[in-house]
Design a protein around this ligand. Sequence first.
Ligand SMILES: Nc1ncnc2c1ncn2[C@@H]1O[C@H](COP(=O)(O)OP(=O)(O)OP(=O)(O)O)[C@@H](O)[C@H]1O
Length: 332
Amino acid sequence: MTDPAIAAHGLRKSYGDKVVLDGIDLTVPEGTIFSLLGPNGAGKTTAVKILSTLISAGPGSGAILVGGHDLVADPQAVRAAIGVTGQFSAVDGLITGEENMLLMADLHHLTRAEGRRVTAELLERFDLVEAAKKPASTYSGGMKRRLDIAMTLVGAPRIIFLDEPTTGLDPRSRHNMWQIIRELVSDGVTVFLTTQYLEEADELADRIAVLNNGKIAAEGSAEELKRLIPGGHVRLRFTDPDAYRAAASALREVTRDHEALALQLPSGGTQRELRAVLDQLDSAGIEADELTVHTPDLDDVFFALTGPTTATGTAPTTVTGTVPNQPKENAR
Ligand SMILES: Nc1ncnc2c1ncn2[C@@H]1O[C@H](COP(=O)(O)OP(=O)(O)OP(=O)(O)O)[C@@H](O)[C@H]1O
């Protein structure tokens, strides 16, 4: 197995007596997308700034390796391996998109010819050829983000930090950005993504960590995180009131909805659990008109892990633990 792209142990940071990161561990395998989620002010940007050498980690932090280089001992090597696009764009609005790109090429000490080649290639890839000669201040939000990422790629980084890359973008531009991120990863780039959009983490991330009160409250794939939360259920709907009543007495632990002639059973939605329900109905000779499986979504996970109970100091869960709060009713 190759070394992880990012391996941080006991990452700490405080501002005055406010502890922002309270000794968190982060491991991101190469060529994957890792998403750090958390409410406003949880410390996501702080983590990105530390890992990208913009600010130093707090005293007492453990070893932090980025691209295999020690952050403290060799920050230059880390900087050479990474690209960062923050919440505030590096794009200079007074010059054209192309000039912004060429400036980046200069900063990376590319030769003139190489700078022009890379710029042309990236402008093409990010659909900015038509706009290339216009001042960047005239670009839309989506175009500016694309230019920002294109500028980050001039130095061919192996690890990219994207701090809320789609905030403020419309749905189409957001989907375009997701496609760009997927393409980066298929080229072998590692992406460290912070986002407030749970749907974005769900779509993109191989692994997600939820940051709350300075700690990682839970970490896992989107599916693993969803399994942490109670609230999955199976809903059976009937058109025949007799069938509905028969099913309600045949099945245990059901919640009844008389008006809709619907029954709801807690279930993780696994094949085995579904088969058990269907077997019970079969042996009672009942057929449901509709069966739907509802699984908790990442919103439920987020609310459960970052809710008021955890904020008052109750120990949050880990991926193997149990979640203290009940999720909101899953309305989707
Ligand atoms: N330079 C600083 N001086 C003092 N406090 C700071 C500084 N930078 C960040 N903080 C505080 O640290 C906490 C974490 O901030 P950070 O920007 O990392 O959060 P975030 O999770 O990225 O939030 P958001 O989702 O709102 O961007 C906040 O309470 C913030 O006010």
